[in-house]
Design a binder for this molecule. Sequence first.
Ligand SMILES: [Zn+2]
Length: 462
Amino acid sequence: MSAPETPLIIVGGDVITMNSSREVLVGGAVAIEAGRIAEVGSSSEILERWPHAKQISASGCVVTPGLINTHQHFTGDPLLKSCIPDQISSQEAIFNWAVPAHQAHTSADEELSAALCAAESALRGVTTVAEAGTVAHPHSVAQGISQIGIRAVLGIWGSDTPDLPLAGPVTEVVAQQCQLLRDFPQGGRIEGWVCLVGHDLASDELLCAASELAQDEGVGMTMHISPTPADSEIWLDRTGLLPLVHFEKLGILGRHLVLGHAVWLDSQEVEILLATETAVAFCPWAYLRLAQGTTQAGRHHEIWRQGGRVALGADAHNAGDNADMLRVAAVCAGLWRDQSMSPDSFGAHHAFELLTLGGADALGKEDQLGSIEVGKMADLVVFDARDVSWNPRGDLALQLIWGGVGHSVRDVFVGGQQIVRDFELTQLDLAELLAEAAARQKVLLERTGAQLAPPWPLIQAS
Ligand SMILES: [Zn+2]
């Protein structure tokens, strides 16, 4: 997908730049050329300087950088959205539902699932998503994401645990990951990453080989660790060390790595995380929905306060059940404020930083994404602030985070290309996509043998 040739100006909105001074340009404008932000300033000056540009009015709107989701499962859950019951443990949810669902996906299911997830992301202002490392058919997933037009960093299911579905021997797993990096080179809208499922589902040999590959190739890497105490127990049993202590010994931590979760860490692990500048994707809805104990054990606020690299993720459609990142940021801010009982320790303004600048930093794209500044990629969201949720107008960050305004995304641009216009996808018919998803959900449930068992009886009453 190439950037539009004609320059574009978005005029008359309140532009939340997220530049180093956090300036908000009231009634400002953004000029876009060749997919990048060419100028940010007053509407009158930009209108004068860009007389031949295509104009989009953002009058009555709030313009922000595109939101960044650093941990999202594109497959496995989106087609089984909100099917996994609340009344089972997270281990049961993963091994009795999520893993069989991944195993049952055909490549066509993965494409559809990814398109659905990307559509929901785009319609909520999310322009960049990092896949969490559980894809079996990356080309199909890339095809699904491309149908919507968001950016993604994408990996393939990486595990060498015997008997785990989709796993293989180390050499095979590494060869697959290498191939993926070749197929999705850096600089494209979809970039390859090194991904491992994580937890305890990798040998030391695979952990080292994967980290070495990511560092040699200059790409990012992600894996799950410690959403519950289970990973600590298993690694202690296996090595005598807590997972991050063991990982440090192996030399796999560092700026190239985004750990999904890292909820159950002890003080030594927190120190290691900070010292190695390893990033964390914090997915609070998952921990709350799955009863994993972030309110008891989570130390993300402390990590952030000490300068740690924390970003936000939505995780899975049965662990938060929604890719609305403003909702994720709100629950993060609420949890951290409540935990600290200190109102000035973290607020809506900080939460929006995590969604933009923090996400860009975690993905190693701080010079490309995360703010509306000249030279960065033109990934922008236009919120229709005439919506009742925005009125009367108060502090913009408070309204973005606390106000529940995710539904007011009017337009979305990725690299200057408009992928949402007037609340609708520009490249795909959403109604058709949803109908196809509903049909495939039935097939997948049959194939996995999973039974929906809602506590409220469903009475056919048509
Ligand atoms: Zn995950």
